[in-house]
Design a protein around this ligand. Structure first.
Ligand code: GLP
Length: 233
């Protein structure tokens, strides 16, 4: 794994953007995108750049089950607000959280991923090492699934909702196996709350207990992290 240490989230966004830009100049056409606070400075770099994404495709990692795209807490809405309203892509895919039929929703998403192989995948990481919404215990070779969120993830996400009981308990998430098929991966992590997860990702055994540890088996992963997130390495 390559590790780039940065001073703060602003610098992290700039470093990630540099790598993304080079990849696009080298022909990348499909970006795997993530939600959460960690990629926001990268999305700011993208929207303020002169890059044109209108002939590119984006494929997002996950979506809450039960939220419609116009729900302000949905990941559809997040992506529109932070990126797509300012820099439209030719096609942008996010799992359909409004489809209660998990089998149909996840199969449809796997087909989308298969038809749009990801050149560059952007990832954040949960405090417990989850990537996408692949919580500890997720199969390291999994495809898109309906997943139950852990208490720690529900608690971490409560800040985005008025009440903890409003936080959805389930999500549709791209699996770790699908994430591992991306040609390149950039993982962004900032702050002390991520230090244990980063240590387990980099130095720990490859285990379902820390889903991001699977990335040790990927040939082209770059971690962009600040000092606090790197403090237990
Ligand atoms: C959620 C998302 C993940 C994200 C994680 C960390 O659980 N499903 O994709 O990586 O939050 O979010 P943040 O970057 O806000 O710490």
């Amino acid at each position: 794994m390559n590790i780039i240490k940065v001073k703060d989230t602003e610098m992290g966004g700039k470093e990630a953007f540099k790598l993304m830009k080079a990849d696009i100049e080298n022909g990348a056409k499909v970006l795997g995108l993530a939600t959460g606070s960690s990629p926001i400075t990268l999305y700011n770099e993208m929207t303020s750049s002169d890059l044109d994404f209108s002939n590119m495709t984006s494929v997002n990692l996950d979506e809450y089950v039960g939220l419609k795209p116009d729900n302000e807490q949905s990941y559809h809405y997040f992506m529109k607000e932070h990126l797509f309203s300012k820099k439209p892509f030719k096609n942008s895919y996010v799992p359909d959280g409004s489809n209660p039929d998990a089998e149909a929703a996840t199969k449809a998403y796997d087909k989308i991923i298969e038809e749009n192989p990801i050149d560059l995948q952007i990832l954040g990481i949960g405090r417990n090492g989850h990537i996408g919404f692949n919580e500890p215990g997720s199969p390291l070779d999994g495809t898109t699934r309906k997943v139950g969120l852990t208490e720690s993830t529900i608690e971490a996400n409560t800040r985005f909702f008025e009440d903890e009981k409003d936080v959805p308990r389930f999500a549709y998430s791209m699996g770790i196996g699908s994430i591992m098929k991306a040609k390149k991966i950039i993982l962004l992590a900032y702050g002390e709350a991520k230090a244990d997860a980063i240590a387990a990702t980099v130095d720990g055994p490859v285990t379902e207990d820390c889903p991001a540890s699977a990335l040790q088996n990927h040939p082209d992963v770059t971690l962009i992290i600040d000092e606090a997130a790197a403090s237990k390495l």
